[in-house]
Design a protein around this ligand. Structure first.
Ligand SMILES: Cc1ncc(COP(=O)(O)O)c(C=O)c1O
Length: 321
């Protein structure tokens, strides 16, 4: 592999780490406090398209190293899309099969992408983000498959797997520390499995205990794929409230309008969870006035055109020939 010429022996060499970090791009026209340096970390530049490349790779490698995969044994995983897309593409490229259990509310684009990436799909009636303990929810269905067909499936279980946290402790945190030359004062993240927030904050706080960690969450009843509202957080085994300073709640529709503004004002083709994180960051930098903030932008807008049409008035009109 050669990061200078960007010539690689296989796609996995493109995965992010301290030597090959995902880009940090400064926010300019949408920064209300120019003295506060605000950066977006573009996780959609990862080879399989989202922040979940990190957790998927660490979990897959762990299963492989422990001899859990191969001889007809593949993966089953509950997913709201991104983890499944990363896992499916990675698993197939390593010769393993993959079954994804997906809540029905997941955008059509993600369901199709999962199939294209090589996953067999189970679409189940569930909340937007799979939640444990919901009877026939996607997590329990995946667990049932894993138990009933032990010889066929291993289940990484991103909602409980410490490797999800470790991925961010080993890559996202060190990348940000190096990219900001240790100047980061604020980290802005969203909450799904909470692997990102827990692993990244744990690393940054180990370097500087004063780094403020702000989690941004959508209002209850939201329609932002991949995320949780605080009322659903108890079920995420990876959430550690001691690593979070503030939880900012943002009206969920702003996730969509801010994503569109980022596309049209900053040239950043950010998805809705990035739009939500930006809005939370905006509130905090107006409050704190000076610092160096990093927002983790989980994925880009391409998977969300149907959601955008639903939530941005006028976007759907005039499309017919
Ligand atoms: C689009 C999107 N944003 C944010 C997140 C949250 O990341 P994490 O699961 O590490 O909390 C996810 C997770 O699936 C996601 O798919």
């Amino acid at each position: 592999m050669n990061h200078q010429t960007r010539v690689y022996d296989n796609v996995f060499e493109l995965l992010p780490n301290e030597q090959n970090p995902s880009p940090l791009v400064r926010i300019n026209r949408m920064n209300p406090v120019p003295e506060f340096a605000l950066y977006a970390k573009l996780e959609w530049m990862n080879p399989f398209g989202s922040v979940k490349d990190r957790a998927a790779w660490t979990m897959l490698q762990d299963l492989e190293h422990r001899g859990e995969l191969g001889n007809g044994r593949g993966i089953v995983e509950p997913t709201s899309g991104n983890t499944g897309i990363s896992l499916a593409a990675m698993a197939r490229a390593r010769g393993f099969h993959m079954r994804a259990v997906v809540p029905n509310k997941v955008p059509l684009e993600k369901k199709v992408l999962l199939k294209i990436a090589g996953a067999q799909l189970d679409v189940v009636s569930d909340e937007l983000c799979p939640a444990p303990g919901l009877g026939d929810g996607s997590i329990n269905i995946a667990k049932t498959h894993a138990k009933a067909s032990r010889d066929k499936y291993a289940m990484p279980n991103q909602y409980e797997n410490e490797k999800n946290v470790e991925a961010h402790f080993q890559t996202t945190g060190p990348e940000i520390w190096r990219q900001t030359e240790g100047k980061i004062t604020h980290l802005f993240v969203s909450l799904g499995t909470c692997g990102t927030v827990t692993g990244t904050s744990r690393f940054l706080r180990s370097k500087n205990p004063n780094v403020k960690v702000i989690a941004v969450q959508p209002t209850e009843g939201h329609d932002v794929p991949g995320l949780r509202n605080v009322t659903q957080l108890g079920v995420s085994k990876l959430f550690d409230s001691s690593l979070v300073d503030d939880i900012v709640e943002v009206e969920f529709r702003l996730a969509y309008s801010r994503a569109m503004e980022l596309c049209q004002t900053e040239g950043l083709l950010a998805g809705p969870s990035s739009g939500l994180i930006y809005e939370g960051a905006r509130e905090i930098i107006l409050r704190d006035k000076a610092g160096c903030g990093v927002m983790i932008f989980p994925d880009n807008i391409f998977k969300y055109t149907s959601n955008m049409m639903k939530h941005i008035p006028g976007l759907a009109s005039g499309n017919q020939a």
